[in-house]
Ligand binder design. Sequence first.
Ligand SMILES: [Zn+2]
Length: 323
Amino acid sequence: MIHGLQFPKSASGRRGCSNKGGPTAWTPHPIPIIISGSKKPFESAKSVYACPKCKGSLDNFLCPQCSVAYPVYDGIPCFIPTSSVPDKPDVRQVYDKIYSDHHDVWVDQGRSENFVSYFRELARSHTQNRVLEIGCGEGALLAAISAAKKSGIDPSINALRTARSRSAAQCAVARCEELPYASSSFDLIVTVGVMEHFEDPDAAAREICRVLAESGHYIALFQTDLSTPQRILLKFRQYVFPTLRPIAFARWIRKKLHNPIVQPFRKSYTIESARECIERSGLRITEVITRSTHPSAPLAGPHVVIFVAHKLPRGPGQQYWER
Ligand SMILES: [Zn+2]
């Protein structure tokens, strides 16, 4: 079923949302809504989402305030418009290609079965209610997490199709810098190795804080920077000593040479700068997990850190990032 929708120009005379993000902001276009498959789960999904720009309610994925219709493909709404800015990477295309070229993309980058089990228990200890994974990819972690309501976003619709079938989560193509949810929608938000790849980490952290319920938790895994000798040592320990893994090593080399994974954005972090990024948004870190603090944690190396943060109550009229 295809609905072709046309909308009047906005008050500024342009179609689509107002462009407040400066010259690099993307321009959304009214696009036909495409719906296929059973309508029932799709109908229930409508109420989950808000306009990523103005945060207002959506009417059948149309934002009346912005005069923008967000397209829906196979029941997965898409809140990232195609980039219309030359030289700006189209994140949807980049990540769709990564997930087309590779299967279980992140398993050899730390998302092992042991790690997923460990992270599932960590998440379970903070809530089993409303959970959102940002950058959920193909949903390996989302499928493992126990929660009454699970949601996942990712730039790649290819990955989300797999994630939805694995996890039964509500999935959407979206950016963390503009989350398509109303404020206080989740009790727990998780990100694993994705904050390093946001275009604007501070905007992303503010959005995470906004959509978390008061006293909600954010669990974030960062990969901090390694020097070249540290990187070589890490690979030596992964593939040579104490366990020689020639097949895994050959697979890793093949991936490096053939269709290497190159993500559009890469921010460098130390443990301190990652902590500051999270806390600037108004969240407070209550636990830091590394190989040093938790030797039994199945982390890919000493450069990997997990922060557990929680959302503090806000003062009257105070924004979370105004602390
Ligand atoms: Zn809107």
